[in-house]
Every structure is written in C-alpha cells, then in structure tokens.
Design a binder for this molecule. Sequence first.
Ligand SMILES: NC(=O)c1ccc[n+]([C@@H]2O[C@H](COP(=O)([O-])OP(=O)(O)OC[C@H]3O[C@@H](n4cnc5c(N)ncnc54)[C@H](OP(=O)(O)O)[C@@H]3O)[C@@H](O)[C@H]2O)c1
Length: 392
Amino acid sequence: MTLTVSILGSTGSVGKSTLDVLAQVRATNQFDFAVEALTAKSSAALLADQAIAVGARIAVVEDEAALPELRTRLAGTGIEVAGGRTAIVEAATRPAAWTMAAIVGAAGLAPTLAAVRQGGIVALANKECLVSAGGLFTDEVKRAGATLLPVDSEHNAIFQVFDFERPESIERIQVTASGGPFRKWTREAIAAATPEQARRHPVWEMGIKISIDSATLMNKGLELIEAHYLFGIDPAKLEVLVHPQSIIHSLVSYADGSVLAHLGSPDMRVPIAHALAWPRRIATNSTRLDLAAIGSLSFEAPDLERFPCLALAQAALHEGNAAPAVLNAANEVAVDAFLGGKIGFSGIAPLVEAALNESARRGWRKPASLEEVDDLDAKTRTVAAESLIKAA
Ligand SMILES: NC(=O)c1ccc[n+]([C@@H]2O[C@H](COP(=O)([O-])OP(=O)(O)OC[C@H]3O[C@@H](n4cnc5c(N)ncnc54)[C@H](OP(=O)(O)O)[C@@H]3O)[C@@H](O)[C@H]2O)c1
C-alpha cells in the first residue's frame, strides 16, 4: 500500500528533517509513499527543489510574491503550483493519510486544522496552534476521528511511555529542557544578548523562532501547555527539569514510584520516524545514542528569575481561559520585535506580561470557537504592537 503524505512547512527545520527520513525510507525500500503537497512561506527555490526531488503533486507558497519564482522553477515538471494563505489551507485539505504539521506559529492553525479534518494521521510539530486553540483543537481532532501524533521530542517521548489505559496512575510528568544558550549567563549578560547569540542553541539546530523561545525558556512553557492539551494532564502535575545534555526527553512518574523515561540522541529524525511509522518502527540512520561516550547526565531546576518567560507560561497554564492564547500571540510579536532590533532580549518577557495584564484588565474570555481564537490572537497582536510603540 502507498502512504500519501503532505508536509506543511517543508522548507523549515522540521520539514527538511521529515524529507530526510522519507528519503531514507525510499532508499531502503521500507514502504511506498507518494507526496501530495509541500508548502512554504516564501522559500520558492528550496520548495521547488524539494517538490522535484520527491515528485510532489503540488507545491504552495503562502507569500504570493514568491509564486512567480515557484512557477518558473516548476514549469514543465507537471507539479501544480499555488500561492496565498487560502491555497495553503486548500493544500492541507487534499487527501493525505499522513500530514506533517510543521509551519511555525499561530499561522499554522488553519492549515493544521484542515489536515485534522481529513481524519488521517497528523504528526504535530507546530505547538503554537495547540497552545492558542487548546481544547477546541483537540475537540476537532476527536470530531474528525483523526490521530494526533506528537513530534516535539519531549511530547513524542511522553507519548511513548504514557499509560493511556490508566492515566489516573500518573503522578507527575517532567518535560526536560536543555536550558538554552544562556543557562549559565548572569541576568545582566542575558539582558544584553543579541539575536545572533540567542539563536545559537547548544544542542538543537532549529528554526529561528523556536531558537529564541529556547533561549528565553518560553519554548518550555509552551511545551507544558502543549502537554496539558495533548495528554489531558492536570497542570499541577507538569514540571520542567533542566537537563543540558538533552538525552532524556521526558519522564513520566507513576503512583507506585516507577519513573519511565525516554532516551535518544537529540535528533529530530527520531521522533519524526516514530510518528511516520507508528504503530510500527522503521530503520533510520539517525545518530545512535552512546551513553558510555556521553559519560554523565546532569539535571537542575529551572531558574524562573533569570528566565521569566517560563514563569509567565506556567501562570498562563494554571490560569487557562484566554491566557495561553494571549501568551502565545504576544510572544510571537515580542520575538519578531527582538529579531527586528525593536526591543532587547530582556524586553520579551515584559511585553508578554503587559499583554496578559491587559487581557485580564479587559476581561478577555476563553475562546468559545475557532473564530474567537483568531479574534483573540488578532486583539493580542494589536495590544502588543501598541505596547511596542509606547516603549519606543
Ligand atoms: N526545529 C525543531 O527542531 C523543532 C522541534 C520541535 C518542535 N518544533 C516546532 O515545529 C514548528 C516548525 O519549527 P521549525 O524549527 O521547523 O521552523 P522553521 O525552520 O522556521 O520553518 C517554518 C516553516 O513554516 C513555513 N512558514 C513560516 N511562516 C509561514 C506562514 N505564515 N504560512 C505558511 N508557512 C509558513 C516556513 O516557510 P519558509 O521557509 O518559506 O519561511 C517553513 O517551511 C514550530 O512550531 C516549532 O515550535 C520544531
């Protein structure tokens, strides 16, 4: 049987790793697959190369200004091309039994939901869409009869050691964090960090937005919220554990004192291959774990004073209501502002906090529909942009 796959965000870090795993599957004849859709924001040249390499049926760019280049590069190949936000959603609607959702940010929500509504397997890398839509997203998954497989390495780890038959026996889930590039930096040094320093992650090679989120530890906060919605676990049972080697990806503690941990090399091809083959396993040439060579593993508690974004995300998780969606949208604005030189690194957390305070002051409620999620996201971006103007 041929598996039909689509990759939303194929030109990004996760998208490229997914194509790498698929190339290994093809080279080793493990199973047959056909690529339906590949999408990008504006990387037309790379998208065209990818589409030709895997024989995709359609390649789509969100940015219509990139469409002429995509069209030129794919002329005569028989591969369809399209451009625009609606075209991305339409691409996600085309029949695919397995979709990788790897667009970054809340922009991934509509296309990921379109893939979910097909009722197939959605391998979820895009955590922001789950953070902003929360239970509305997981309700859509249930309604469509889709299967959501976590690709974020920590959540893929939890998925592999989680007792879905007896979730009440779970006492605690610890999501591990490398600590990011500023783990040992002083508060003053962190405040003066440049985008170049912030994007240099000590362990993982990732896209720019998640790299900045890893430096602020907001990424770990988003992951706690993601874990809450993916596994239905009470916020009080979710913790962050700093583990600089990133070998243990998460730990699940049970009522009898057992702790089940998932280990692996820090290589995204491992969780991607797991999600691609689930419930089977496929062979990959991902980096093998050599514990003797690593020698020792270390752990520490996160420092919430030097990394206030994690504290804000934990508070948003506990509060629920509008807070997770507001946190996510304000963080996207703050990260863009930092990368654009409008605020310093230490300006990210205050901008997010100001948006959360404004949301509380205006009495913004938990969205009751996906339209309300979009509305809340847009209102938050306006509030955060206003704070930026005031701060300038
Ligand atoms: N990287 C990792 O190791 C990792 C691990 C776990 C989870 N994740 C999550 O996976 C998601 C993707 O991360 P990444 O590191 O792969 O990001 P990335 O390298 O920045 O790639 C993002 C992808 O989304 C596309 N894109 C960006 N904005 C878009 C928009 N408005 N509409 C349509 N497409 C858009 C990009 O296209 P262009 O190339 O044209 O810009 C690119 O294909 C994030 O949610 C991240 O948190 C990543």
